[in-house]
Design a protein around this ligand. Structure first.
Ligand code: ADP
Length: 597
């Protein structure tokens, strides 16, 4: 990995990219990210107006013969594959500078980002993602293709939260039955023991990787992870791993069946699809996009209502009795270190990250553009787009960028109206969650729901919001979104902390904002001019950052310290105040806020 060339982003790629063969002119859009060789941008197809992903590889990087061959191999294999769970291959072409691969756009990134944000995920979610992966790999194996680098980062997600297997850079075709592959140019992430032992390998290496993926999704970390690659390889060769006690018996059994040193003893992809773990438990038909940051709700009522809407067979082909789903209401317990980190919603982790970055004096090495440090894959899933401080009477109301609305009341209870405008989540002081709807909620919450409506109307009428709303979609009924953990106003900013770890600071004077995410180790900076850019802490440390951002990060560190020492959930202000993601609302009058009772 370390020997990979660094992609040079300083070389500008043209705004319009011409396919010399078809004469098609693709409009280059948003930067999606860079990998070992490629830079990815959104590309708009001029004929269909469809937005696609363009993987652009500079020819200057493809110097060695084997690098060129790998690229050719990737294209040759990928272009023939058409399946729901394989990233769609649209076209490829080259000009004098670059090779271009035009692919289906996967806007929700990959399971890698989901894993970073969520760590261990629930069994129903794991089954859902694994089913997609298995169907995709079954298709590949039936066509004699071995992917050879199945890993979370190569399992992309579209807007529908469907898995799309991508990156065929290490893939190979099996030419005759029983062929054992002897060579592999590259280092797969979840490398199988028979590859390390150079014994010859085949389809079973993909099954091994699937076992590692299953383990990582459920446990929150990979099975053979150690401090060094050498030590990890030793463990793989010795088959040294353990499954935590918290993992259910069916999952444990499947993990042990797959992660066997002898490839011949591993199940096939089809056998995994029929394993008890996959067939005996609840598999959601769809998952909400909020799963990228929060565990969904698998409460009894929800399962009943889904079952009522769809036949059980369709919901969950070989479904277990509905009781099975009820048992899984709580997400799997986290390892001790994770529990400690999640108790303060990753504030200490964030503090450590900020301290490490600031100790490196990034501003002294300022490269004003900071392009090298940009990582769009770390864009926050949710941030605050509006707020109304009415804490002298009721509490703080806010809107998140998905159009959901929340209030944290002065009694520390919270009420949230989800983006569909229908589902209400009420959270008690002790964190107990209750799920209601606008049509159906208990009498005791009536006053709070009325206030929620007032806040909603007020914010809709008086505050301007940046960015488009997300469209509600099927699967959203399982949605849970983070709630406000704590907030306060200092003289120069409002500090807002969500339970998923996101910390946002809106500066009053120039309306600039920072959104910090400890899970991704990233900061999004919305400057005075409203430009919105996400940088990874580690890259800012490496490449330096502007003084402007460094100052805001320093301020953020102080605010994190304040949050760490204060026990109260909110620090109220003396007068009602408002704000929003855009600067235009600062003059809105507090008198239009919710009336007194
Ligand atoms: P590598 O060179 O390591 O194979 P990739 O080219 O796969 O890296 O990816 C580079 C970046 O582009 C990553 O951040 C990834 O999230 C993004 N990306 C790759 N393919 C797609 C796609 N089909 N849709 C959206 N983003 C993508």
């Amino acid at each position: 990995m370390a020997s990979r060339p660094r992609v040079d982003t300083t070389k500008e790629i043209a705004q319009v990219i011409l396919d010399p063969k078809t004469r098609k002119r693709y409009q280059r859009g948003k930067f999606l990210g860079k990998g070992g060789f490629a830079r990815c941008y959104e590309l708009v197809d001029p004929d269909t107006k469809e937005v696609l992903a363009g993987k652009i590889v500079s020819k200057a990087l493809l110097v060695k013969q084997h690098q060129k061959e790998k690229m050719t191999q990737e294209i040759t294999i990928h272009r023939e594959l058409h399946h729901k769970h394989i990233v769609g291959f649209s076209s490829f072409f080259e000009d004098s500078e670059n090779v271009y691969i035009v692919l289906e756009l996967c806007r929700k990134r990959s399971l890698m980002e989901l894993h970073k944000r969520r760590k261990a995920i629930s069994e129903p979610e794991t089954r859902y993602f694994l089913q997609h992966v298995l169907l995709g790999v079954k298709f590949l194996h039936e066509r004699n293709i071995i992917h050879r680098d199945l890993k979370l980062g190569n399992l992309f997600l579209n807007d529908e939260m469907e898995v799309k297997i991508g990156d065929f850079g290490l893939a190979t075709r099996v030419d005759y039955t029983g062929e054992r592959k002897r060579t592999l140019c590259g280092t797969p992430n979840y490398i199988a023991p028979e590859i390390l032992a150079k014994k010859g390998h085949s389809f079973e290496v993909d099954v091994w990787s699937i076992g590692c993926i299953l383990y990582t999704l459920l446990v929150g970390r990979p099975p053979f992870e150690t401090e060094s690659l050498k030590e990890t390889y030793t463990r793989i060769k010795k088959n040294e791993y353990s499954v935590p006690k918290t993992i259910g018996p069916l999952a444990r059994n499947l993990i042990h069946r797959i992660l066997q040193g002898d490839p011949a003893r591993r199940p096939t992809v089809d056998q995994i699809l029929h394993d008890d773990f996959m067939t005996m438990g609840y598999i959601p038909v769809r998952l909400p996009t909020s799963c990228l940051t929060m565990a969904p709700r698998f409460d009894t009522k929800m399962n009943v209502s889904i079952v009522a809407r769809r036949p059980l067979v369709e919901l969950n082909k070989e479904s277990a009795p509905s009781g099975a789903a009820q048992k899984e209401v709580a997400p799997p317990p986290e390892p001790a270190s994770e529990q400690r980190a999640s108790r303060d919603c990753y504030l200490k982790v964030l503090h450590g990250q900020l301290k490490k970055l600031l100790d490196s004096s990034p501003a002294n090495r300022a490269k004003i553009e900071m392009d090298e440090a940009e990582d769009p894959a770390a864009v926050p899933f949710l941030w605050f787009s509006k707020w109304v401080d009415y804490s002298d009477k009721y509490g703080l109301g806010y809107q998140l960028c998905d159009d959901s609305i929340g209030i944290i009341f002065n009694d520390s209870t919270k009420l949230m109206l989800l983006a569909n405008g229908e589902d209400i989540h009420y959270i008690e002081r002790d964190g107990t969650e209750h799920y209601y709807t606008m049509k159906d909620y208990p009498k005791e919450t009536n006053k709070k729901v009325v206030l929620l409506k007032y806040f909603r109307n007020y914010m809709n009428e008086h505050l301007v919001k940046a960015g488009a709303a997300m469209k509600p979609r099927e699967g959203d009924e399982l949605s849970r979104i983070p709630s406000m953990r704590a907030w306060f106003r200092s003289r120069s900013a409002i500090v807002l902390h969500l339970t998923n770890g996101t910390l946002q600071i809106n500066f009053f004077d120039d309306h600039s904002k920072v959104i910090l995410c400890p899970m991704m180790g990233a900061v999004t900076y919305i400057d005075e001019k409203k430009s919105f850019r996400t940088y990874r802490f580690s890259l800012l440390e490496e490449f330096g950052c502007s003084e402007e951002l460094a100052n805001r990060l320093l301020y953020a560190k102080t605010m994190v310290e304040r949050l760490l020492t204060s026990r109260s959930v909110s620090a109220s202000a003396t007068k009602a105040k408002v704000g929003s993601a855009t600067a235009t609302s600062a003059a809105a009058t507090p008198s239009a806020a919710p009336p007194t009772h």
